[in-house]
Design a protein around this ligand. Sequence first.
Ligand code: HEC
Length: 149
Amino acid sequence: MKKLALAVSILCLTATGVAAADDPIAVRKAIMQANAASAGLAGAMLKREIDYNPVIARAAILTLAASAKTFGDYFPDGSNDGDTTAAPAIWENAEGFQAALDKYVSDTAAAVEAAGKDGPADLPAFQAAIGPVFGNCKSCHETFRIQKN
Ligand code: HEC
């Protein structure tokens, strides 16, 4: 019985993996949602709604950096069609989109560097490290995301 249960759970895992790989729109939205959650957490600390904690600050920065590295992999041809707000400009201006991705990767990498092993020491250090990352959200969305009201 144990073996069967294991086999079933492995099957389920595989099925989930395949479904995710088959649905790039769902994957890239999930990445953006993790992005938004980290940005929200960072914002709450910067606005002093929650206490500053360097470990949490570093986790938020690392999540943003990981998302920046993977996000661009989920825009295959044809994935402009579906339940998505990805703008046609992503495919029509692929070079421009790549440039926006590259900037996001380098700005988040700089934040990781600034955060160091223990996270930014205090709130001003955190603000200095993550501030440049936030500009990317707006500038990329303006050009490469359909604005829905
Ligand atoms: C390089 C471009 C780019 C950057 C940088 C970027 N985004 Fe996005 N974002 C997109 C695109 C494209 C979509 C639309 C994805 C889709 O619907 O397929 C999106 C969608 C979203 C969504 C909606 C996800 C959903 O479930 O529909 C949120 C929330 C979001 N982004 C937040 C952020 C935040 C916060 C940042 C900055 C920390 C950020 N984004 C940075 C391109 C970007």
